[in-house]
Design a protein around this ligand. Sequence first.
Ligand SMILES: C[S@@+](CC[C@H](N)C(=O)[O-])C[C@H]1O[C@@H](n2cnc3c(N)ncnc32)[C@H](O)[C@@H]1O
Ligand code: SF4
Length: 386
Amino acid sequence: MNPIEDEAGFGVYVHWPFCAAKCPYCDFNSHVRHKPVDQPRFAAAFRREMELIRERTGPRTVSSIFLGGGTPSLMEPETVGAVLDSVARLWNLSPDAEITLEANPSSVEADRFRGYRAAGVNRVSLGVQALNDKDLRFLGRLHNVEEALHAIGLARDIFPRMSFDLIYARPDQTVEAWAEELRQAISYAADHLSLYQLTIEEGTAFYGLYRAGKITVPDPDHAADLYETTQEVTASHGLPAYEVSNHALPGAESRHNLIYWRYGQYVGVGPGAHGRFIENGQRIVTFTEKVPESWLELVERDGTGVVGGETLTRSEEADEFLLMGLRLVEGIDLDRYERLSGHPLAPDRVRTLLDEGLVEPVGNSRLRATPAGMVVLDALVVDLSR
Ligand SMILES: C[S@@+](CC[C@H](N)C(=O)[O-])C[C@H]1O[C@@H](n2cnc3c(N)ncnc32)[C@H](O)[C@@H]1O
Ligand code: SF4
């Protein structure tokens, strides 16, 4: 193994920035276009952008590829095939690499799924969001429950691994209703579920409605109850949390997301993608132009859509490592924290948080947030990184 590769892995993230409609809660880089997207042109631009990034990363072994969005299930299988082919030509693609594609239930067809599978995709992550039609309409989704279940069935038949997402803490959602919906979800699940609390993001349609008092979200106590219920129901059904919002059978964790949380390295390709990798011994961050057409023009002109980035200082790296790692049930490796930051975590702060029951040791060399700590994770990280 190349010495600068660590055990956390090396991933390639490719962003497909188009959706059939914009969901009212979503602030991801997603755009609706009424003219057909020139997919071969995008595939060629992904390739060009990767070529320049490859010059910066040098040879690496790719352990995961993630096609995220937006709605990557609007990509033609040929486009997906071209992207995967580009990755494999430029880097060393590990034979057991995890290759995930995000799909929306409204854009799922059996032939298209088979095409993705033939192109090399071996894991699908479906945006189901809710298992009742009323809430699906509220969330502005283009699918109903029947279509979601059809998509889950197809994904389970065609791909070796699949996960689906639900959004909870919806307006007026009771603990009982959520627990029941979750049990149903688990009965349809394969080996992985992502369960996100609804957040009201600035700039979204929900933000305007929320500010105008037209929608309400659960208060912090009720949200904490919903979160605890999520942990209990999933754990008692064999899909325990391994991260704040992610649940899996042991061994079925998303390897790609583990790269982020274990502070591994990844390149980000496509409009609005971020990358974090070691270049000349230092961890650098890159981000690309967000508007798809502008990104395309930049790549065609300059070979890259990267419009910014920075080299992280040791203390910034250490803070990011904490922020990501404490989301994981496995917690953080204290020696690695020390190697990154140049000093151990402040013993007095750790002691206080231990006394408050917000963190706990795992063996001799790791520290993790307790379930109570997970609920106040942001504050906890700020406290530890001061
Ligand atoms: C970037 S989206 C892409 C998935 C795919 N386009 C879809 O919608 O089915 C990834 C996931 O983030 C979650 N998500 C997006 N915005 C959210 C919000 N404001 N609150 C909670 N979860 C959100 C949804 O569960 C969604 O499936
Ligand atoms: S949630 Fe998914 S489908 Fe909806 S706008 Fe965001 S990326 Fe597109």
